[in-house]
Write a protein that binds this ligand. Sequence first.
Ligand SMILES: [Fe+2]
Length: 207
Amino acid sequence: MTATVTIESAMLHLLPPLPYAEDALAPTITANTLAFHYGKHHKGYVDNLNKLIAGTPLASLSLEKLIVETAGKADKVAIFNNAAQTWNHSFYWRSLRPKGGGVPPVTLKHRIEASFGTLDACKKELATAATTQFGSGWAWLVLDADKLKVVKTGNAETPLTKGTKPLLTIDVWEHAYYLDYQNRRADYVDAVLDRLINWGFAAENLA
Ligand SMILES: [Fe+2]
C-alpha cells in the first residue's frame, strides 16, 4: 500500500525573521517586549491568517493583494485584520533599528523639509498622531502623491488600502509598549523617534 502524501498547494504566509536580535533595541524596547510582541502577537496574526484562508481562493493571493481584496468587506473582517496586522508588523520591525533616530539620509531630509518645514516638525506630527490615536492603532509617515504626510490608522487599518505609500510606522497598540512603559505611550513614542526610528528604511521606500 502506498502512503498518501498531502500536498499543500496554498500559499503559506510566513513570519519573517526579525531584522535584528531580540535584545538589540534595548533599553528603549526590551527583549521581553519583543519576545511577546514578535514571538506571540505577530506570530499569532500569521498563524490565524493561515488558518482562516486555508482551502479558500484567498489562499492563492499575495499578502498585499489579500489585504486590498478583503478591506471593507463585512464577511472578511477577521481575514483582513490578521492579514493587515501581519503586514503592518513586518513593516514596523523594519521601521526600527538599533542606534536609529538622528538625521535622515539627505534626499529624505529635503523631502521632509519640503513637506513639514523641519525634521522636528515632522517628528512632532508623528508623535501627535501616535499619542492621539484613540485606542489601538498605528502612526505612519506616508507618501501621498508627491507630498509626505503623517496619518494615523485604527486597529489593523493600513495605508495600503488608502492609496498612499507607507514609508515608516510606529505601533501604538498597548502590546507594543505596556511591559516597558505601562500607560506612558508618549514616552515610548518619543524614545522610538529619538533612538530607534529607521529613517534609512523610509528613504528606501521613497526611492
Ligand atoms: Fe503590535
